[in-house]
Design a protein around this ligand. Structure first.
Ligand code: MTE
Length: 448
């Protein structure tokens, strides 16, 4: 891990800065032993004051630094603002354990270094089936048609200018790839939360409700019960969306993300936003919407994003992302400096609505403490939780367990595997465990 003592304040936030070569190599390679529920907790410590790091006579406070005694840089030195050079290691990263095929790959968001619920646009995860394009908005079109003329009376082709004149809404939602946490099904020891859970981001999206566009084109809701969305990239990404999701006004044809136009990697200039549904349905570079009377069973829904069950059959169209949570600080690859107080922080979300409660365990699931939820809690958005913890220097296993407004409780690995087996890739929402040893090092373990 190298010398961490000269990096105060960084330890909990950016473990990737300190990931060793061996840890990087271990991604996708290692297997680990399952921990048993018999793990015994270290006894609860008394509340201790946070140890002051700066020693008396610290020159950093006694002497004026250069930035207090020289002229600063003028405004607009960076016309488009950039993060501090001291934050240059906080990056989305490709997992060394996954193979890139052409432009098709994933980059993971550095959840361990983020605060609140909004993912900065430049750190939003990426998943491309065939690489990305910076599409010319002047040449981009959205066509809306029906598979039968009776389903939609007036098929139309919209330009970006036409779309952006229509009434718009802005809403905060999470997007999670159905394959997020996928390597954990096979008990692969992925070292950090960036790689276990980083196919997850949350933004404020701006756009036109798809319902408004379909009605503009004269949809007949009685006949047209499904929507097919198609992307303009070489993967011809196509996904079926049930009409109920559109009729409630939640599905957006979005051009804005976090107050500016979408980033090219995230579908500029137009993408579908399907709140609560796995990322693959959020078709990027959206070029066509077709309405029909049955699911389309396209390649992206017949071969990919289906759940292999223990009996050898596949479950299809399990698109809604069930309630899930993860502790982001402290998390795998980080190291606690010393005993004492820590703010344990994480993210919870549910594709079925709002998160209502998050409980945290410090002893591998034996005892639970209800965390503070940061409001306002938004529908189908990431929700930040925090909980106070005094580490007594003894081994501990940290877990979080979220609940949503339907009453659903995030399952343990034992509960999830009892239904789903171990052969799946997609839709793993099990409770994540981080083990802390006496040295303060945090690693990824599984508790059944
Ligand atoms: N849309 C198109 N046209 N092409 C793609 O490859 N990838 C999908 C979806 N939409 C994809 C796409 C997948 S699998 C996911 S998880 C999300 O986009 C990822 O969105 P992001 O790259 O903005 O994070």
């Amino acid at each position: 891990m190298g010398d961490l003592s000269n990096k105060p304040g960084r330890l909990q936030r950016a473990p990737e800065n300190f990931l060793t070569e061996e840890q990087v190599k271990a991604v996708g390679a290692g297997r680990r032993d399952f921990m048993r529920k018999s793990f015994l907790a270290a006894s609860a410590a008394m509340m201790a004051p946070v140890a002051a790091r700066a020693v008396e006579g610290d020159p950093e406070i006694l002497n004026l630094p250069p930035w207090s005694t020289t002229l600063g840089l003028p405004v607009a030195t960076n016309p488009y603002g950039q993060p501090s050079k001291y934050e240059s290691q906080l990056l989305r990263r490709e997992s060394p354990g996954l193979t890139r095929v052409g432009g098709a790959s994933v980059s993971f968001a550095p959840l361990q270094g983020l605060f609140g619920i909004i993912t900065p646009s430049g750190l939003h995860f990426e998943r491309h089936h065939q690489g990305w394009h910076d599409v010319d908005p002047a040449r981009h079109r959205l066509m809306i048609n029906g598979s039968d003329p009776a389903f939609l009376k007036k098929p139309k082709v919209y330009t970006m200018d036409q779309l952006m004149r229509l009434p718009s809404v802005s809403r905060i939602h999470f997007i999670e790839c159905g394959a997020n946490t996928g390597l954990e099904w096979g008990n692969v020891a992925v070292p950090t939360v960036q790689y276990t859970h980083g196919m997850l981001s949350c933004s404020e999206f701006t756009g036109v409700p798809l319902k408004l566009l379909l009605e503009d084109c004269g949809v007949d809701y009685k006949k047209a019960r499904y929507v097919l969305a198609e992307g303009a990239d070489g993967s011809s990404m196509t996904r079926t969306i049930p009409m109920e999701m559109v009729e409630n006004g939640e599905v957006l044809v979005a051009y804005g993300m976090n107050g500016e136009m979408l980033r090219p990697e995230n579908g500029y200039p137009l993408r579908l936003v399907v709140p609560g549904v796995q990322g693959v349905s959020w078709v990027k570079w959206l070029r066509r919407i077709e309405v029909g009377d049955k699911p389309y069973a396209t390649k992206d829904e017949a071969v990919h994003y289906i759940d292999l069950m223990p009996d050898g059959l596949h479950r299809q169209y399990t698109s809604v992302q069930e309630c899930k949570s993860v502790i982001t600080t402290p998390s795998g690859g980080q190291r606690l400096l010393e005993q004492g107080f820590y703010n344990v922080s994480g993210l919870a979300w549910s594709g079925r609505g709002k998160v209502t409660r998050v409980d945290v365990s410090f002893d591998g699931g034996i005892n639970w403490k209800t965390a503070r939820i940061e409001g306002p809690v938004q529908n189908k958005a990431l929700t930040r939780f925090n909980v106070d913890w005094v580490w007594d220097g003894k081994p501990a296993i940290l877990q979080s367990r979220a609940m949503d407004e339907t009453g659903y409780v995030q399952p343990s690995y034992g509960q999830l595997r009892a239904v789903r087996g171990t052969k799946s890739i997609y839709h793993n929402n099990a409770i994540q465990s981080w083990k802390i040893v006496e040295s303060g090092e945090v690693s990824n373990v599984q508790v059944l």
